[in-house]
Write a new protein. Structure first.
Length: 177
């Protein structure tokens, strides 16, 4: 009469051990590959404490090679504009992060603010060029699997690109410079 509860208990332990083994095996997320698609200058931002800046959005195509979904929770680092002006980036995705479907490429938009004085300086310095170079270096924090939510931090990111100077000029058109 006591053997039935013991078998049931033993079966539960085996199932739990199998789930733990499965979770540990899938916990090693393959690094998503990131390719900078482009950057957009979309206008002005006025914030508190008093600060004014130009909104620049980096558009990144991220491929998730894993057989499960992966979320980007945060990206931090720095963006260097025109090979000399450094702007820190500390992006935190809302909620559980930006989920990337398994074995698919997802477009991710990462906003940042370029201080107004730097934007005006860039506009003046790049007068004779059609584009402005930028480079983002930093780290991304990801979560593997919606079910197990295994966190992996510090995936390195190093991407370069250009944005059209006229986008900056349009964004600053209402500001005397």
């Amino acid at each position: 009469m006591r053997t039935a509860p013991l078998r049931s208990s033993f079966f539960r332990c085996i199932c739990l051990a199998s789930l733990v083994f499965l979770a540990a095996g899938t916990g090693c997320a393959s690094k998503p590959t990131m390719r900078l698609n482009h950057a957009e200058i979309s206008g002005m931002q006025i914030a508190f404490p008093p600060s004014v800046g130009v909104v620049m959005t980096m558009v990144v195509d991220v491929h998730n090679p894993n057989g499960y979904d992966v979320a980007i929770r945060a990206m931090r680092g720095q963006t260097v504009l025109a090979n000399r002006y450094t702007i820190p980036l500390d992006f935190r995705a809302a909620g559980d992060g930006i989920w990337l479907a398994s074995d698919a490429t997802t477009t991710v938009r990462i906003p940042m603010t370029v201080p107004i004085d730097l934007a005006i300086l860039l506009l003046r310095e790049t007068y004779m060029t059609p584009s402005v170079a930028y480079r983002f270096t930093g780290r991304a924090d990801v979560t593997a699997s919606r079910t197990f939510k295994i966190e992996k931090d510090d995936y390195s990111v190093d991407e370069s690109g250009f944005f059209a100077r006229n986008q900056l000029e349009i964004a600053l058109s209402g500001i005397p410079h």
